[in-house]
Ligand binder design. Structure first.
Ligand SMILES: Nc1nc2c(ncn2[C@@H]2O[C@H](COP(=O)(O)OP(=O)(O)OP(=O)(O)O)[C@@H](O)[C@H]2O)c(=O)[nH]1
Ligand SMILES: [Mg+2]
Length: 422
């Protein structure tokens, strides 16, 4: 499984993992998540240690005694990296590296590292570089310790690394160049869209916590071959496909990058161009991994990320996924009954797909309004648009024009208003 994703040229590194969650009921899921992230970044955990922190210590993030403990552990295990499951400042990082005598990497750097390895498109790579630089900028001044950051080490991979060696001003210049480049890539992509709308209609995005099963669902519904993997962030670049729904309805569906908790807002912003797909959707399909004990925390993390993106007001269909491995069916029924507009499915086995299609069809129908028009032959192009932006029920070539009965999106209704009959 690891072979499909890991870049074998990047050396494996050993790490001591430092957990900082306060709530002990979350221990297992927090550990599982960090170990999963390590696997995706080709890091081998050699030991784990925990400090329950409500607030990080100013100078060293963890407490004094814990610093000693970690230093000892890192030495014993000959760890190359100490990985802290939080956001560590540049000053804290420098202090800790001195104490630990090895490199210190935080959660955000680890995630960015995975993104850097996953990015395939130009846009994806530019966004990762932008995120890395934005994240590193405040840290730059304290980055130069005797454990000089080298190309290839965890937390330092990807396109941003060479520039990180330059000063803050250079980084800022680079950030602004990157933003321009992303804008340019985006502009070209928008131009290539032939339709009047920025996106085809109707258009929905699959969102959800990483590993919830978004790509598995996409593959099942659209017959795509998007990479599915148990490791987090298998998908980075979005894929869009048209899918057919019952009764002649259709939908454009996008599978995109997963969300994760504790990701700084400005990093989400760096992925604006990818996540724009979500903000332009007519509605969102939120996949929740019900088999994960932390599914509620994950669901809420997704909802708050959507809020950051300004996409929380969109109609949402919630899919409770992986029910093939959820033993308690009574509990399952209760959850679905309580959560508005939700369906229980298994993207893996196909269970619940009929209910899902009905639910999606209903959402698509809500976006459409019935219209009867007589389009003059001089404006024949509108006929095709009726097909593109709605569902045509009748098409008749008459003396004065083309008679169309169709369910179409609002924008199209406005466009057709002058040809409306009745
Ligand atoms: N048992 C079970 N496993 C599933 C189901 N759906 C997905 N999985 C598994 O969950 C893991 C993650 O699936 P993906 O489809 O890659 O998840 P994703 O949401 O696209 O994840 P990222 O792209 O990494 O954010 C894979 O190992 C899938 O085989 C399901 O319905 N049941
Ligand atoms: Mg995926």
């Amino acid at each position: 499984m690891a072979k499909t994703l890991s870049n074998l040229e990047i050396p494996n590194e050993t790490a001591v993992l430092v957990y900082i969650n306060e709530d002990d009921s979350e221990d297992q899921t927090v550990e599982d998540e960090l170990v999963g992230l390590c696997e995706a970044a080709n890091v081998t955990p050699v030991a784990g240690i925990r400090q329950r922190l409500s607030r990080p210590y100013k100078g060293t993030f963890v407490g004094k005694g814990k610093v000693q403990e970690i230093a000892l552990l890192a030495k014993e295990c000959k760890a190359e990296v100490v990985l802290i499951d939080g956001e560590v400042s540049g000053m804290q990082q420098r202090n800790l590296e001195e104490q630990f005598q090895c490199r210190v990497v935080d959660r955000t750097q680890l995630i960015l590292d995975i993104f850097a390895r996953r990015a395939r498109t130009r846009e994806g790579m530019l966004q990762v570089e932008l995120a890395q630089l934005t994240y590193m900028l405040p840290k730059l001044m304290s980055v130069y310790t005797k454990f000089e950051r080298q190309k290839g080490g965890i937390g330092m991979r990807g396109p941003g690394e060479t520039k990180l060696e330059s000063d803050k001003r250079l980084a800022r210049d680079k950030i602004s160049t990157l933003k321009d480049e992303i804008e340019e890539v985006k502009r070209v992509r928008d131009q290539q869209r032939t339709s009047r709308r920025k996106h085809p209609f109707p258009f929905a995005s699959i969102v959800g916590y990483t590993s919830a099963g978004k790509s598995t669902l996409m593959n099942r519904m659209a017959g795509t071959d998007v990479l599915v993997d148990a490791m987090p962030f298998a998908t980075l670049d979005p894929t869009t496909r048209k899918i057919d729904l019952p009764d002649g309805y259709a939908l454009f569906l996008t599978d995109t990058v997963g969300f994760i908790r504790h990701l700084p807002t400005h990093l989400v912003a760096a992925f604006q161009s990818t996540l724009e797909e979500v903000t332009f959707s007519d509605f969102v399909i939120h996949v929740v991994d019900l088999s994960n004990p932390a599914w509620e925390v994950q669901r809420d993390a997704v909802l708050s990320t959507l809020e950051t993106l300004g996409a929380h007001d969109k109609p949402m269909l919630t899919l409770f996924n992986k029910i093939d491995v959820v033993p308690d069916k009574t509990e399952l029924r209760r959850i679905v009954a309580e959560w508005p507009n939700s369906v229980a499915i298994s993207a893996a086995t196909g269970e619940g797909m009929a209910d899902l299609q009905t639910a999606i069809k209903r959402l698509v129908q809500e976006l459409l309004g019935m219209m009867k028009v007589l389009i003059p032959y001089a404006h024949q192009n509108l006929v095709q648009e009726c097909y593109d932006f709605g569902r045509v029920l009748k098409e008749e070539y008459q003396e004065n024009g083309i008679y169309i009965e169709a369910e179409v999106v609002d924008e199209m209704r406005q466009k057709l208003a002058r040809y409306a009959i009745e």
